[in-house]
Design a protein around this ligand. Sequence first.
Ligand SMILES: *Cc1c(COP(=O)(O)O)cnc(C)c1O
Length: 482
Amino acid sequence: MSNVKFRSGETIPLEMHKARIVQKLNLPPADVRLEKMREAGFNTFLLKNRDVFLDMLTDSGTNAMSDKQFAAMMQADESYAGSETYFRLEAVLQEVFGMKYFLPAHQGRACEHIISRILVTPGTTALMNYHFTTTKAHITLMGGAVEEIIIDEGLKVKSELPFKGNMDIDKLKGEIKRLGKENICFVRIEAGTNLVGGQPVSMENIRETSRICRAEGIKLVFDASLLADNLYFIKTREKEFANVDIVEITREIGRLMDVIYFSARKLGSSRGGGILTSDDGMFSRMRELVPLYEGFMTYGGMSTRDMEATAVGLMETMDMDVISQTPIFVAALARELQAKGVPVVTPYGGLGCHIDAREFCEHITQEEYPAGALAAALYIASGVRGMERGTLSEQRNPDGSERLAEMELVRLAIPRRVFTLSQIQFVADRVAWLYENRKLIGGLKFTDEPKLLRFFIGKLDSIGGWPETLMKKFTEDFGDSL
Ligand SMILES: *Cc1c(COP(=O)(O)O)cnc(C)c1O
């Protein structure tokens, strides 16, 4: 992606790729969308993709793959043990991150499972800039606790700080002192903080966190799942790196960490995951768990074709033309929304455009899941599938009360090189329409609430008949247009 100037002086995002394979999309009429949303229990995870127009649920496994990735898949070596594919992927990872060992796992959460098994003991705490849903679940399953020490500004919807994902260094020092380093199982930095708007972490902050952890002898773990966007922001927002190659930035991160893990569904634009370390002790403890939970050491539950695609995808991540696509489209959508008064997270981050549902639906209390309701309303109004990232994505407190999320967001993920600019404009137009009619959106209540990770499979119902009223207004304004 490149931002190019028109003669008018206007800057527009220009794709540095072309489409060679396309997939037909389906946009069902509004009355069908309402019916499908109802069937899905007002949970966008439970929609069938055949009923979705633009799938902005997630970037997980949905980035467009390149011709070179598909070509590489043809050379996959399907041997159970000692596959050549494993050694190709290992070599790329070693080159990019500069770490000694690579352990394959079937996806990011599988890496979290293995890391939590060896590092978390009951009663210990993991300090991190911010949690991710599956990360927290694995740590708490092992009897540990999670504590977030993101800078205060990170939880403000509107800000001008370029690195809102940063760890609060004073809080880090304070918590190490308060808890005692022996009670801290590890410190974790999440690149491109998923749950708080795809906000990046600066290299300066990564360096400082690493310096403290090394001095205290605390293990430092880096979740690189959303590293691609974060690399783009380090290069474009941190002066020191304006002329530094992406691969050099990545290697520096490698030098500062004890463990790096990633979801190859995101980083690598493929599927799978992996853990990297140079620590002999941790490596040998984790290695034992791979054949037990994942698969033999040289495939770890992944298909070798996906491993080949990951190896190429990782190398392509070192190219600014590739990794700039999501952040530039996120900015294009967010700018358009802001111009129409829609509250969005600023500065614009990676991963997707994040709408502030708390302000958008200020008439809905957090107990009635404003972000979940907005995601459902958006599907009804447009066939666009976003994801709730708010109270619904939290787990209840042990006493059964709601744990109110710090941010109520609807995330419109923009997987890399998937959508066109006109599709982005369509999304902006429908969101703006919803904003004008926001008072018509009402709350949701659970009808089927699972205990663990309830947002994935839980079902809800609307409180009152707001979806019908919204639908009626849609027909008035758009006629029989889809
Ligand atoms: C998606 C994600 C994970 C989990 O990866 P999966 O491959 O979906 O299991 C972990 N951390 C972050 C930051 C993520 O975005």
